[in-house]
Design a protein around this ligand. Sequence first.
Ligand SMILES: Nc1ncnc2c1ncn2[C@@H]1O[C@H](COP(=O)(O)OP(=O)(O)OP(=O)(O)O)[C@@H](O)[C@H]1O
Length: 308
Amino acid sequence: MDISVKNVTKIYGTQRALDDLSFEVKTGEILGFLGPNGAGKTTTMKAITCYLSPNKGDIFLGGTSVSKSPDIIKKKIGYLPENNPLYMDMPVMDYLKFIGKLQGVDKANIEAQVCKMVRICGLDLEKHKKIGELSKGFKQRVGLAQALIHDPEVLILDEPTTGLDPNQIIEIRELIKEIGREKTVILSSHILAEVEATCDRVLIINKGKIVADGTPESLRKEAQGKEILKVGVNIDDKNTVYNALQQLEEIEVVSFVDEDKHLFLIESYAGKSSAQSIFEMCMNKGWYLTQLTPVEKNLEDVFRELTN
Ligand SMILES: Nc1ncnc2c1ncn2[C@@H]1O[C@H](COP(=O)(O)OP(=O)(O)OP(=O)(O)O)[C@@H](O)[C@H]1O
């Protein structure tokens, strides 16, 4: 089911949390919603899940308006809120049955649906324990199971791996990817590795506005811009190398990285590559080239540049 956020503005007092925000998510996509603290991720998710009303704009799920038909929309959405509020004194099975009833799952179907969620979310060994007795990772699995209990077409997950240890993070990511094969998923995070590992597409939000939209790969490429190379030349007179590099016509900027190791950082002019010229120059002069490596920007650099 497609999600369409159209010109949504949300103002809290004097704080403009969302500023004319628009984006689309296609059926079956896992979208990573990335942004620094206070960027507006949770506010957007609450607006999609009918927990708050925007001051302006509207959101559509499969063409149905969130503001006009919240009851229809709620049935189509599974929501794992930030901090995953759960009833700690309830055993897992009872809790899931309770949520199933609240979500309008057919009485005749509830038992089977709860068992299915327990299986999908890997809760079989823990299903009779009280939620308060579970580890954080398993509590998060219960949160996912409650979000999925009514078999929603859209899944909204607000920082689903916060507070988990590295093994639990990997397990929950795998689970989300598995679930995401059949559903449209929006997952918020400020952890770049998380989004890169789990999502098909990334939206970066800052101060209530979208500042980037693309696959992790395309965002990295876009940020790449000019070619940057790390070049090592092992001769004693590093200034001679420095001057020779500066003479090459493809090179715009030469700087020393590590003077002792004779390493240079080379920035080429836009659209040019200087690797071949550097290689040929060293061959002609009989200099020993110890390193010629492209310096890649990663998603972390993109994120920092766009949200500073
Ligand atoms: N109930 C509220 N009342 C007043 N201001 C709010 C309220 N909820 C959020 N805000 C403000 O709106 C802005 C966006 O907050 P939001 O929680 O959506 O950001 P976020 O991207 O989810 O941040 P985080 O990563 O820290 O959870 C922030 O400046 C926040 O202080």
